[in-house]
Design a protein around this ligand. Structure first.
Ligand code: ZN
Length: 157
């Protein structure tokens, strides 16, 4: 199977069977982002669990790229540290700037490597980035920052 069609299958699978979709009970931060050129909307909620791992919830509507990207992101980053989320977000943003020539690291990006083809289409890049931008904003609103210690209630020390 061609890599490109495998990647399309991954994106379609996340679109049809979103992972971890839905609101979370005690969100510490929330961000609603819209991409008016495509009509995409996504709301991402975030909190920290007792071990300092990210708890991520999301809802949204729009094209398959935007919604699959939210599912891929939530699956990849839920339970991981804010540092891991920062690293993956930076790698994904680099990938989206690669104009299709990126060589994504699956260790860092998981299924998000499937979006490499999207970076060839400037109009779709914002679709793919929308949930990642929403998570970054939600983390900022929650006061979650990589490297900043927090107590069990999620307050920064
Ligand atoms: Zn879109």
């Amino acid at each position: 199977m061609q890599l490109e069609s495998l990647y399309q299958d991954i994106i379609l699978d996340h679109y049809k069977h979103p992972r971890g979709r839905g609101a979370i009970a005690h969100a510490a931060g929330e961000s609603h982002q819209v991409n008016p050129t495509c009509g995409d909307e996504v709301t991402v909620q975030v909190a920290l669990d007792a071990d300092g791992g990210l708890v991520i919830g999301y809802e949204g509507q729009g094209c398959s790229i935007s919604q699959a990207s939210a599912s891929v992101m939530a699956e990849l980053l839920a339970g991981g540290s804010p540092e891991q989320a920062d690293t993956a977000r930076a790698a994904f943003m680099d990938l989206m700037r690669s104009k299709g020539a990126g060589e994504p690291d699956e260790e860092v990006l998981g299924d998000a490597v499937a979006f490499v083809g999207v970076s060839k289409y400037p109009a779709r890049i914002k679709c793919a980035l929308l949930p990642w931008v929403a998570l970054q904003d939600a983390e900022a609103k929650a006061g979650i920052a990589a490297g900043v210690p927090q107590d069990e209630e999620g307050r920064t020390a």
